[in-house]
Design a protein around this ligand. Structure first.
Ligand code: CP
Length: 330
């Protein structure tokens, strides 16, 4: 279900004080980047920027005091899980952490709909990561409370794409006019699927650099083409690096391969080193959703253009903004 109907009536004395029920994301699921337009992206980013300023000034504040987030992760996560926890706690709310579903009733065979129905009995919003594409939409169908997709298999990772775009905006000042080059596993990489779609709302040029077996899926290429956004595919980085404003590197994801030999063939296809960065623009940024395993050499970390650790921090502010927005407090 896409829209959460609050359990109290508008004229009820129990209506939570301060809820902005006309706010654009109040009670909404966040399942796909397809639900955003430029106007509501700017709204999220303006709130995220305010969150950044507030965290720097006071650390935490009680905007979501009394609210509870259920953090339900069927797949491993460091950044998404802990940044949603930090976001809720910095806003004065609390978290039910289920990071190891094998210690929950999922291990007894409980279905996703029943697990979601259980958690919404205790929480105001559910963040879900699951290995199957479409799982967040399935959960949302059964939930009365907002569901936020924290990655569904090789499908989408919308909150990552939002924080990626916020990073570009904060680091380079604007998104229009940029050339964004995506490198690595573009077939299974849900972060690049979401980011490429979101970038079509802006005036950008997209380059995809990957081994042949890890090319951007044809249905996403077709979707991007239908928006008129220029895009091109390459197997080598050299041709496009000098014109690139944002180089977005992804990990080749061993866990997505059914044939281990195929993984071995492509796992070290690209490695960004200080030599690579010498061929890049002086004003550009190097991004990565992380974790990295070897595709960016640690020698690059001190390069001021290496934005991937700052990118993680922007994730905190973006997720604070999203939680405030879906809970009607932004
Ligand atoms: N970028 C990202 O989703 O990282 P985690 O898998 O650690 O959450």
């Amino acid at each position: 279900m896409a829209t959460y109907v609050p359990p109290v009536r508008q004229n009820s004395p129990y209506l939570p004080f301060g809820d902005k029920q006309d706010a654009p994301f109040y009670g909404k699921d966040i399942l796909s980047v397809k639900q955003f337009n430029r106007e509501n992206l700017e709204y999220i980013f303006d709130v995220a920027h305010e969150m950044e300023v507030m965290v720097c000034r006071v650390g935490s504040f009680d905007l979501l005091k009394g609210k509870i987030l259920a953090n339900l992760f069927y797949e491993p996560s460091t950044r998404t899980s802990s940044s949603f926890t930090a976001a809720m706690e910095r806003l004065g709310g609390s978290v039910i952490p289920i990071n190891e579903v094998r210690y929950s009733s999922v291990s007894k065979g409980e279905s996703l709909p029943d697990t979601v129905r259980t958690l919404e009995s205790y929480a105001d919003v559910i963040v879900l990561r699951h290995p199957e594409t479409g799982s967040a939409a399935l959960a949302a169908k059964y939930a009365r409370k907002p569901v936020i997709n924290a990655g569904d298999g090789i499908g989408e990772h919308p909150t990552q794409a939002l924080l990626d775009l916020f990073t570009i905006r904060e680091e380079l000042g604007q998104v229009d006019g940029l050339t964004v080059t995506m490198l690595g596993d573009l077939k299974y990489g849900r972060t690049v699927h979401s980011l490429a779609r979101l970038l079509t709302l802006y005036d950008v040029r997209l380059n995809y650099v990957s081994p042949d077996i890890l090319r951007m899926p044809p249905e996403i290429i077709a979707e991007i083409a239908a928006t008129g956004t220029p895009q091109a595919e390459y197997t080598g980085l050299e041709a496009v690096l000098p014109e690139t404003d944002v180089l977005y590197v992804t990990r080749v994801q061993k866990e997505r391969f059914s044939d281990p030999q195929e993984y071995e063939q492509v796992k070290d296809a690209y490695v960004i080193t200080p030599e690579t960065m010498r061929m890049a623009k002086e004003r550009m940024i190097l991004m990565h959703p992380l974790p990295r395993v070897g595709e960016i050499s640690m020698e690059v970390d001190d390069d001021p253009r290496a934005a991937y650790f700052r990118q993680m921090e922007y994730g905190l502010y973006t997720r604070m903004a999203l939680l405030a927005a879906v809970l009607g407090k932004a």
